[in-house]
Design a protein around this ligand. Structure first.
Ligand SMILES: Cc1cc2nc3c(=O)[nH]c(=O)nc-3n(C[C@H](O)[C@H](O)[C@H](O)COP(=O)(O)OP(=O)(O)OC[C@H]3O[C@@H](n4cnc5c(N)ncnc54)[C@H](O)[C@@H]3O)c2cc1C
Ligand code: SF4
Length: 333
């Protein structure tokens, strides 16, 4: 690992001012925030990330989970993934989030990982993590060997000719289904971004993964008031039962009325270049009876635009079965 300066800024303004001096935002920036370090330090050991300065943000006042005035929840960016997953209100009212977090990584990693860091975790594409290989995400314009190479675990939705990497987060799939909002404090002040607008599709700029600008610090994530009587489920399918990323996952939040589906929020993981909210599946569910025909139609709609690669065509059927089973299980709960 190369030499770098480690700094513990005293307040958010000092952290933002220091990070705003970076030439780029996040990916490739020479000044970086550090939450749990479970992504950043990993990638620094591989020389994939080579910042000159690392700002430890763990002493900033963003470690609380609090109720909001409109019966929602405000989650600080340095809240640990484990603390969020085991929070009583999260387990009761937003259980899809608790389930998703607890199916990710390992207990030790969840104890270190922060909410802000999880939002920004990087892809597990093998070429991205190997500096001997070209990779458009790591080095813009160098090429994408995954398109003709190992792509079994990579994305089938939202891909481009420049990058087909999957967003690996479980937590983010649940946040997509929960209509979360991200709160950002930057050199120009405070702003909020709807969860669906935060991550970017790769297009021809796969090195740019989010809307963050230099100096932008994620301070909180908010969740709206829970939808009364809703049924929550996160289902994750993977090569082994623990310590493994999703091949396909589904976050489902359903509200039933008179045997029909009155409200549906659906997101998929392991198949998209960003956490994949599916308005197509939601439209196919709303107003319909909760039965296998409806669930299968919603699953078909969710992957209608899928573009498989040489090794991952199986993900289309896997994602359909994953969502169908998640819907069936949630509706019956
Ligand atoms: C072996 C292993 C297995 C894993 N398995 C899974 C899995 O199954 N499912 C899953 O979802 N995840 C998995 N993960 C990933 C893990 O969830 C992430 O590494 C973790 O959530 C990142 O959080 P962190 O706080 O450690 O991030 P850090 O490493 O501290 O930061 C990550 C990025 O976010 C930036 N950053 C951090 N906080 C902020 C902020 N407040 N504002 C702006 N920028 C910020 C950093 O500069 C960095 O770019 C796994 C990780 C490992 C190592
Ligand atoms: S899929 Fe994306 S991350 Fe993987 S090699 Fe191609 S450009 Fe790099």
């Amino acid at each position: 690992m190369h030499n770098f300066e480690f700094i513990r800024p005293a307040d958010p303004a000092a952290a933002i001012a220091a990070a705003a001096r970076a030439k780029t935002a996040q990916q490739g920036a020479d000044v970086r925030f550090m939450g749990g370090g479970t992504t950043l330090i990993d990638l620094m050991k591989l020389n994939v990330e080579i910042p000159d300065r690392v700002l430890d943000i763990n002493r900033l006042p963003f470690d609380k989970i609090e109720d909001t005035a409109d019966r929602g929840l405000m989650i600080g960016a340095t809240v640990r993934n484990s603390d969020l997953a085991y929070h009583a209100k999260v387990q009761r009212d937003y259980s899809v989030l608790s389930q998703a977090i607890l199916q990710g990584a390992s207990a030790q990693i969840r104890n270190m990982a922060t909410v802000g860091g999880n939002l920004l975790q990087r892809t597990r594409c093998v070429y991205f993590r190997d500096t001997a290989m070209p990779c458009n995400k790591r080095e813009s314009g160098s090429g994408c060997p995954a398109i003709t190479g190992h792509n079994r675990t990579l994305a089938i939705l939202g891909t481009s000719d420049h990058c087909i990497a999957t967003n690996p987060s479980d937590m983010c799939v649940a946040l997509a289904a929960l209509d979360a909002t991200i709160h950002i404090q930057g050199p120009k002040g405070l702003r909020t971004v709807a969860f669906g607008d935060f991550h970017l599709l790769p297009g021809n700029t796969p090195h740019r993964e989010t809307v963050l600008e230099p100096g932008d610090l994620i301070t909180h994530v908010t969740l709206p008031a829970p939808s009364s009587g809703s049924k929550h489920l996160y289902l994750k399918l993977r090569d082994r039962a623990s310590y493994e990323f999703a091949l396909a996952s589904a976050a489902v939040v359903l509200t039933m009325a008179s045997g029909k589906i009155a409200r549906a929020r659906i997101a998929l993981g392991g198949v998209g270049t960003k956490p994949w909210r599916s308005p197509e599946a939601e439209t196919a569910l709303i107003g319909k009876p909760a039965n296998d025909t409806t669930f299968r139609q919603a699953a078909e709609a969710a992957v209608r635009d899928a573009k498989p690669q040489s090794e991952n065509r199986f993900k289309i059927e896997l994602a359909k079965r994953c969502l169908t089973h998640a819907l069936r299980t949630a509706a019956a709960s």
